[in-house]
Write a protein of this length. Structure first.
Lengths: 337, 378
C-alpha cells in the first residue's frame, strides 16, 4: 500500500495538520482584523479631516462673516451717536471708537476678500469702502456743525447783549425823568418796541428748522432793522447823542450774520441725515452679503459633511459585513479543525 | 481711429487744447494773461459733461463662451474694485464668465493666487492694479499656454507693456490728467494762488505727475508753488494730519490751493482743516488727479473740502478691458483707444457720477460695445 506524502506548508508543517489549520485560521483572523482596522482608520481619518477642516477653516470663516456683519452694525450705531455730540471733545472721542471699528471692518473685509471662493468680493469691498467714506463724511460734517452751532450761539449772545445794553441806555434817558418832547417820547417808545421785536426774532431764529422760515425771518428782521436805524437816527437828532447809533449798528450786524450761518446749519443737518440714511443702506447691504457668505460656507460644509457621513455609514456596513463574514470564516475554520 | 477722433467735436477741441499746450511749453514761460487763457480753455473744455463717443465704432463680434479671471492687486483700492465692477457688467452683456481673485498686496499670497488662476485654465487674464514688470514671472506661464493678458494700471502709460506678457495696459495718460488738474487750479485761482502739491516719490508715475503739475504752476508768474510734499500713499492716514497742520502754520492764508496725485491725501487732511477752523467752502481748495474715489465725490458734491478731481473712468475701463480681450481672442490687434481726461466739479458732478459715486462718462459706451459685440452698427 502506497501512502501519499503529506503536503507541507512552511517549516515542514503538514497542510492538513491541526497546527497548519490553526495557523491558517489565525492568519485569516489577523488579516480580517488588519483590513478592518485599516478601513476604519481610513474613514475615521476622513471624519477627523472633516472635523479639523470645520474647526480650522469653516468655523473661522463663518465667525469672520458674522463679525463683519456685527462690525457694520456697530459702525452704523456709532456714527449716529456722532451727531448727538455736544462738543468737539465728545465728538472726537465718539469718532475714535468709530475709527477703530472702521479699521476692523477694513481688516475683516480684506481677510474675507482674500479667502475668495464663496464671497461676493466685489460687493463686499464696495459696501465696506462706502461705509468708511460715509462715516468719515458724517464726522467731518458733524464737527463743522458743532463749530457753526457755537458761532451762532456766540453771535446770538452778543446781539442780545448789545440790544439789551441799548435798551438800558435808553432807560437812562427815561422820558419820565426829565422834561421831554412828544417826538422824543414817541421815538423812544418806538425804539424800545423794535428792539424787543428784534430780540424775539433772535429767539425764534434758534428754534425754526426750515429754509423758508429762515428767509421769512430774515425779511422781517430787515424791516425791523430799517425801522431801528431810522428811529435811532431820529433819537440821535433829538438828543444830540450818536452813541446809540453805533451800539445799534454793531448789534444789527451781528444779527445779520446769523441768518447765513443758520442756512448753512440747516444744509449741513440735511446732508448729515442723507449720509446717515445712505450709511444705513450700505450697512444693510453689507449685512446681507456677509450673511449670504456665512450661509454659503455652511452649505458647503453641510454638503461635505453629508458625504463624509454617507461614507461613514458605508464603512460601518462594510465593517459589520466583514465582521460577520470573518466570524463565519472563523467558525468554519474551527469546524474544519 | 484717428479719423473718428477728428470727426468728433470733442476730439477736435481736445486736440486743439493739446496743441496749444505744446506751443505754450515749447516757447517758454508766458505772460500772466496767456497763461490764464490757456488754463481757462483747458478747464472749460475738460469740465464739459462727456456726452460724445470718440472711441472705436467697429470691432470683432463677441467670441463665444469665454472664461476670464480678474486678478486684483488689492480690492481695498477703490479704483481696482470699480474696474472689477465694470468687468462684471461687461461680461454679463458679452456672455462670458469671470472669476475674481484678491491678492491683498500680500506677496506670500501672490504665487498661490496665480497658481489657482492658472489651474482654472481661463481663456484670458486681467491684471488689476498690479505692476506688470514685478508680476512678469507669474504671467509668463499664461503666455506660454497662449492665454492673453491685459491689465489696468499695470504701467504708467497705455498700450502694450514691453518685456512682459501684457498685450494691452488700460490707463488714462497720467501726464494729461496731471496737467488737467493744474490748469483747473490756475483757471479757478485767477491769480495770486499759493499752491502745495502732494506726491509719492516711491512711484515713478507719481513723480512724473507732480513734476508736470509743478511745471505748469511755475510757468504762470502770478502763481506760487509753495511746496511739493512727499507723503507716501500708504502713510496718508498717519502723516497727513501733521503735514497739514505744519503747512497751515508755515504758509497761513498764502496757501490757497492743493494739488494731489491721489484723492487719499484729502481723506486725511480734512479733519485737521476742520479743527483749525477752515470752512468747507473756503481755502485751501483741494484738487486731485487720482482714480476718483467715492469719498472725493462725496466731498465735491457736498462742496465740502474738495473742489474737483480728474477721475479715471473706472467702469468704462472695465468694459474696455473686455473689449480688448475680445479683440485678442479674435486675433485682432488692440483698439489703441485712450479716453481723454475729464474734470469733475460740483457743477457737473450730477451728470458725471453714478449713485455709487463712481465717475461714468455719459457717452453711450455701453451701447456702442453692445453693438460691436453683436455685430451691429452703433
Amino acid at each position: 500500500m502506497h501512502l501519499e506524502e503529506p503536503e507541507t506548508i512552511g517549516r515542514g508543517m503538514q497542510l492538513y495538520s491541526i497546527k497548519a489549520k490553526l495557523f491558517l485560521t489565525f492568519l485569516l483572523a489577523v488579516l480580517v482584523i488588519i483590513v478592518g482596522g485599516m478601513v476604519s482608520i481610513f474613514f475615521f481619518s476622513q471624519v477627523l479631516t472633516s472635523t479639523e477642516g470645520f474647526v480650522n477653516t469653516t468655523l473661522p470663516k463663518i465667525s469672520r462673516a458674522n463679525e463683519l456683519d456685527i462690525t457694520a452694525r456697530d459702525i452704523r450705531v456709532g456714527t449716529q451717536k456722532l451727531i448727538h455730540a455736544d462738543s468737539r471733545d465728545e465728538l472726537y472721542s465718539s469718532f475714535t471708537q468709530v475709527d477703530e471699528l472702521l479699521d476692523r471692518l477694513e481688516m475683516l473685509t480684506a481677510k474675507v476678500s482674500q479667502e475668495g471662493g464663496e464671497a461676493n468680493i466685489l460687493v463686499l469691498n464696495r459696501t465696506s469702502q462706502t461705509i468708511r467714506s460715509q462715516s468719515l463724511l458724517v464726522f467731518q460734517m458733524a464737527t463743522h456743525l458743532i463749530s457753526l452751532q457755537q458761532e451762532i450761539k456766540n453771535l446770538a449772545n452778543e446781539t442780545r447783549g448789545v440790544l439789551t445794553s441799548l435798551s438800558l441806555g435808553l432807560l437812562e434817558m427815561d422820558p419820565e425823568r426829565g422834561a421831554i418832547s412828544k417826538d422824543y417820547y414817541l421815538t423812544y417808545n418806538g425804539l424800545q418796541r423794535q428792539a424787543m421785536d428784534v430780540l424775539s426774532l433772535l429767539d425764534e431764529c434758534s428754534e425754526i428748522d426750515t429754509r423758508e422760515e429762515i428767509e421769512e425771518l430774515a425779511r422781517l428782521f430787515a424791516e425791523k432793522a430799517e425801522q431801528l436805524r431810522f428811529l435811532s437816527l431820529q433819537l440821535g437828532e433829538l438828543t444830540g447823542r450818536t452813541m446809540s447809533n453805533q451800539v445799534l449798528e454793531s448789534g444789527l450786524e451781528r444779527m445779520e450774520k446769523t441768518f447765513p450761518l443758520r442756512r448753512q446749519q440747516l444744509m449741513l443737518e440735511k446732508t448729515i441725515n442723507n449720509s446717515l440714511r445712505g450709511l444705513e443702506l450700505s450697512s444693510r447691504e453689507l449685512s446681507q452679503v456677509s450673511s449670504d457668505h456665512a450661509r454659503r460656507i455652511f452649505a458647503i460644509f453641510q454638503n461635505n459633511a453629508g458625504k463624509v457621513i454617507e461614507n461613514e455609514k458605508k464603512t460601518v456596513s462594510l465593517i459589520v459585513t466583514a465582521m460577520i463574514a470573518s466570524s463565519g470564516g472563523l467558525f468554519f475554520s474551527f469546524g474544519w479543525l | 481711429m484717428l479719423r473718428q477722433i477728428v470727426m468728433n467735436r470733442q476730439g477736435r477741441l481736445t486736440i486743439a487744447v493739446l496743441v496749444m499746450e505744446f506751443l505754450f511749453f515749447s516757447v517758454g514761460g508766458q505772460a500772466k494773461e496767456e497763461c490764464l487763457q490757456l488754463a481757462r480753455k483747458v478747464s472749460s473744455q475738460l469740465t464739459k459733461p462727456v456726452i460724445e463717443w470718440n472711441g472705436p465704432l467697429d470691432g470683432p463680434a463677441a467670441q463665444a463662451g469665454k472664461t476670464v479671471v480678474y486678478i486684483a492687486e488689492d480690492l481695498r483700492n477703490g479704483g481696482i474694485l470699480a474696474v472689477g465692477e465694470g468687468i462684471r457688467q461687461a461680461v454679463r452683456v458679452i456672455g462670458w464668465q469671470v472669476h475674481f481673485f484678491d491678492i491683498g498686496t500680500k506677496d506670500e499670497k501672490r504665487a498661490e493666487v496665480f497658481a489657482k488662476a492658472l489651474a482654472m485654465k481661463p481663456d484670458g487674464i486681467i491684471l488689476g492694479g498690479g505692476d506688470a514688470i514685478s508680476n512678469k514671472d507669474f504671467l509668463v506661464p499664461f503666455q506660454e499656454r497662449g492665454i492673453p493678458v491685459v491689465s489696468w494700471h499695470a504701467a504708467p502709460f497705455p498700450g502694450p507693456v514691453a518685456g512682459t506678457p501684457v498685450a494691452v495696459n488700460i490707463t488714462s495718460n497720467s501726464l494729461e490728467v496731471a496737467r488737467a488738474a493744474a490748469h483747473y487750479v490756475l483757471a479757478e485761482a485767477k491769480d495770486k494762488a499759493g499752491i502745495v502739491i502732494f506726491t509719492d516719490s516711491r512711484f515713478a508715475i507719481a513723480r512724473k505727475k507732480s513734476d508736470a503739475m509743478a511745471e505748469i504752476i511755475r510757468a504762470c508768474k502770478e502763481c506760487t508753488l509753495l511746496s511739493v510734499e512727499d507723503v507716501s500713499l500708504a502713510e496718508t492716514s498717519s502723516r497727513m494730519p501733521q503735514v497739514t497742520r505744519e503747512l497751515l502754520e508755515r504758509f497761513g492764508t498764502r496757501w490757497t490751493h492743493s494739488l494731489g496725485i491721489n484723492d487719499l491725501y484729502f481723506d486725511h487732511s480734512v479733519a485737521t482743516l476742520i479743527m483749525m477752523g477752515h470752512l468747507p467752502t473756503g481755502p485751501p481748495f483741494n484738487i486731485s488727479a487720482g482714480d476718483g474715489s467715492s469719498s472725493a465725490f462725496l466731498r465735491i458734491s457736498n462742496n465740502s473740502y474738495q473742489k474737483a478731481t480728474v477721475p479715471e473712468p473706472l467702469l468704462f475701463h472695465g468694459w474696455q478691458l473686455i473689449d480688448e480681450l475680445n479683440r485678442l481672442f479674435a486675433g485682432e490687434g488692440p483698439s489703441g483707444y485712450v479716453i481723454p481726461p475729464h474734470i469733475v466739479t460740483v457743477d457737473n458732478i450730477e451728470q458725471s457720477i453714478t449713485k455709487e459715486y463712481l465717475y461714468d462718462p455719459n457717452n453711450g459706451y455701453r451701447d456702442i460695445y453692445r453693438c460691436i459685440w453683436k455685430n451691429r452698427k452703433p
